[in-house]
Design a protein around this ligand. Structure first.
Ligand code: PEP
Length: 258
């Protein structure tokens, strides 16, 4: 169907002690054998990054941070830099999550700086975009989402952006149990790809993985992942239990094999 390798990413948000994170990571790694045609990444809280890296050692599961600051070091109390994330084995980092935009003032300009700094350090940014319910009901979904994508990639060309992953996460679907209809998700994903193609070149845009996020669970993962431009999922709540997360990985494998 697609030459893009599906990616299933678990965002554990502010959940789990070190022991709980390691137990969950241990459950996930059992499913992710070498050669699985679907990539899997987990994003524990910062205090669990090192222990989870140890649990995942030798496995194909990637390690993601949930946030980053764009400077390498300096007087930035409380922040973590791309260099430090690389130092603890992070392969990916979520940026621009709607919770960070809403509660911590993250802006498109900040997302762009974070993406740029991560890319310099060869960490794959998982860049989240998405509209609120109000914006959707006002018919502004594409304006908002494409505007976020454009602002967050401004000044970066396809070569610099090469490994970028975009996550389309309608805010009204995050943690609410409400999921976008598969065809609505596809429409936005296609528009994101077309827009990236117009801005940075179609051949690169065709390689960009665009994940869907927003109440993905075992019962809806196959339907979403059957859409041609839905290349994987960013999963919050359902990633907190291996019993729920593994069937979503299986849906990613089915997409890869279809
Ligand atoms: C998320 O936090 O990125 C997310 C999509 O959460 P949930 O799956 O719980 O809606």
């Amino acid at each position: 169907m697609s030459t893009r390798t599906p990616l299933i990413a678990g965002n554990w948000k502010l959940h789990n002690t070190v022991a709980e994170s390691q137990a969950l990571a241990g459950g996930v790694r059992k499913r992710v054998r070498d050669g699985l045609p679907c990539q899997v990444v987990v994003a524990p809280v910062a205090t669990s990054l090192v222990p989870v890296r140890e649990t995942l050692a030798g496995s194909a599961v990637g390690l993601a941070a949930q946030n980053v600051y764009w400077e390498d070091s300096g007087a930035f109390t409380g922040e973590l830099s791309p260099a430090l994330l690389l130092d603890v084995g992070c392969t990916h980092c979520i940026i621009g999550h709607s919770e960070r935009r809403q509660y911590f003032g993250e802006t498109d300009a900040g997302v762009r700086k974070k993406a740029s700094a991560l890319l310099v350090h060869k960490i794959v940014p998982i860049m989240c975009v998405g509209e609120s319910l109000e914006q959707r009901e006002a018919g502004k979904t594409l304006d908002v989402v494409l505007g976020q994508v454009e602002a967050a990639t401004e000044g970066l060309d396809a070569v610099a952006l090469a490994p970028l992953v975009v996550a389309y996460e309608p805010i009204w679907a995050i943690g609410t149990g409400r999921t976008a209809k598969a065809e609505d998700a596809q429409e936005v994903h296609r528009a994101i790809r077309d827009h990236l193609g117009a801005l940075k070149g179609e051949s690169w845009a065709d390689t960009v993985r665009i994940l869907y996020g927003g109440s993905v669970k075992p019962s809806n993962a196959d339907e979403l992942l059957a859409e041609p431009d839905v290349d994987g999922a960013l999963v919050g709540g359902a990633s907190l239990s291996a019993d729920n997360f593994i069937p979503i990985i299986d849906a990613g494998v089915r997409r890869a094999e279809s």
